[in-house]
Design a protein around this ligand. Structure first.
Ligand code: ADP
Ligand code: LRH
Length: 480
């Protein structure tokens, strides 16, 4: 078999990108066609996606695609959506999950429906921004006019092809999909007073969404019969598909704006212990379960950099490496860190409240965040293994965070396990590999992962030093 070219559209929180990849036996080469900011915009007090600006960038990126493109796939972060009216027009700009409209809503829905019921149905961790709570925060007027809900990659796929649908891995993050039955939960929709017709039919990663609309083909210079292929459209599901592991004794950290930390399983874990530890059962490719917990991730660093007018990250990390370890610690998953703005001051206040020494220099603040993230990685890897019974022999750390050598080493030290770092663009690679498989260019998931391991630069970090320093520190911030 020869190689073929696929395009990946990936909306990350730190940037959006359109990538092209050549995929074939022994070949997996990624080329960046376009990278653009993905900056939410606050309008009249509400934080929105700049969805048309992003779509324009997608069209520009596709226009730059190399000849012979076989298909396009789209992924994005989870939970966010657009609503279409009866004519298929978008009802307002999608709202960003970090907007305050969901404040207090999750608590209300949980009190009404019960944690046990919600978890037994969806198997989803309780995060205030899950689609189910965002819908509960929508105005009655908007919901009355809405006919179709499309998650962001499905919305962009609709604009490119005119076809609606709900890709399964991303649908699994809404809180409305039945984790065992694999269908939209009629019972939950009824209890929430939402019409079942709002949610379109499910599609699987690898299904063809449709071919380009003629106007899109004309605008991008691509052929009208070019297929858009559904990928694992939840960015984390794509990233996990591209983890360069062999066998099943591995943990993973998809490390970018968030750290998504867990293991891959054949079936969900819906026990009470799992619910109390707030572990999620999200859908992966081939019916796998991504059993994981959200850790606040490099968002904490991104927001500090924004507050400091964007100093150079690599030099700041070099300075942070020289700051003494485990002095100031935060619980990175405190919900107070979710919204944007004023991050350095919030970190200092958090330390003060918890009787920790306050970090004062930029390097001290970054070190405090990275030590704390390493501790949270450790807690989540250990709990994932314990709650699922899956043995973890090594941790794969993928995404932009794999470029952060200090964080990789600290994570290895804290977990007491080797960390294999890379690839950086795991999400885009998982996106194109699912397309390549659908179009007959690669084999099963194991073969996809072997191709990543064979072709992408990876770096291994062995755990160093005394593990007890990490268990003491974990106890100090109340992490397992
Ligand atoms: P997302 O998909 O959420 O946008 P990425 O996987 O692209 O996130 O990761 C972005 C993160 O990668 C940045 O927030 C930054 O912390 C980290 N990163 C990017 N470049 C570097 C670098 N040169 N050195 C260290 N870390 C980096
Ligand atoms: C990572 C991610 C994560 C979700 C969050 C909203 O980009 O998709 O898996 O929990 O964003």
């Amino acid at each position: 078999a020869s190689s073929a070219v696929f395009a990946a559209v990936d909306f990350g929180a730190s940037s959006g990108r359109v990538m092209a990849a050549r995929v074939g036996p022994g070949t997996l080469e990624l080329e960046e066609l376009r990278r653009f900011p993905n900056r939410p915009v606050r309008v009249a007090g509400t934080l929105h996606w700049d969805i048309l600006g992003l779509y324009g960038n997608v069209l520009d990126g596709l226009r730059a695609a190399p000849a012979g493109l076989v298909s396009v796939g789209i992924d994005s972060w989870a939970v966010d959506y657009g609503l279409l009216d009866e004519r298929g027009a978008l009802l307002g700009n999608p709202v960003h999950y970090r907007d305050a409209r969901t404040d207090g809503v999750m608590e209300r829905v949980r009190a009404e429906l019960g944690d046990d019921h919600l978890y037994q149905v969806s198997g989803l961790q309780f995060l205030p921004f899950n689609t189910v709570y965002q819908l509960a925060a929508e105005s009655a007027d908007v919901l009355k006019r809405a006919r179709t809900l499309l998650l962001i990659p499905d919305l962009v796929g609709y604009w490119l092809t005119g076809r609606v649908g709900a890709e399964r891995t991303n649908a699994s993050t809404t809180g409305l999909l039945d984790a065992r039955g694999g269908v939209w939960s009629r019972a939950l929709l009824d209890r929430l007073g939402l019409p079942a017709e709002l949610l379109p039919d499910l599609r699987e990663p690898g299904d063809v969404v449709g071919t380009l609309r003629p106007d899109v083909a004309e605008e991008t210079g691509l052929r009208t019969d070019l297929p858009v292929t559904a990928v694992a459209s939840h960015d984390t599901a794509s990233a996990v598909a591209a983890v360069p592991a062999s066998g099943d004794r591995f943990g993973y950290i998809s490390c970018g704006t968030w750290s998504l930390v867990g293991v891959e399983l054949p079936a969900p874990v819906l026990t009470e212990a799992s619910r109390k530890a707030n572990f999620t059962n999200e859908g992966g490719v081939d019916g796998t379960v991504r059993y994981l917990r959200n850790v606040m991730g490099l968002w904490l660093v991104q927001e500090c950099l924004r507050a400091w007018d964007s100093p150079d990250l690599p030099s700041l990390l070099a300075e942070a490496a020289r700051v003494p370890a485990l002095r100031s610690l935060i619980d990175p998953d405190d919900p107070e860190f979710l919204p944007p703005g004023g991050m350095p001051a919030r970190i200092a206040a958090h330390c003060r409240r918890r009787g920790m020494p306050e970090p004062s220099t930029r390097a001290e603040i970054v070190r405090c965040v990275l030590d704390s993230l390493a501790l949270a990685h450790r807690a989540a890897i250990r709990q994932a293994a314990e709650l699922s019974g899956r043995e973890v022999e090594a941790v794969h750390l993928v995404g932009g965070g794999s470029r952060n050598e200090l964080l990789c080493q600290l994570t290895a030290d804290a977990c007491g396990l080797p960390v294999v770092a890379g690839p950086v663009e795991a999400t885009a690679l998982g996106n194109v590999l699912v397309q390549a498989r659908a179009h007959g260019v690669v084999g099963d998931l194991a073969e996809m992962r072997a191709l990543v391991a064979e072709t992408q630069p990876l770096r291994r970090y062995e755990p160093r030093g005394d593990e007890s320093a990490w268990s003491d520190a974990a106890a100090r911030i109340g992490l397992a």
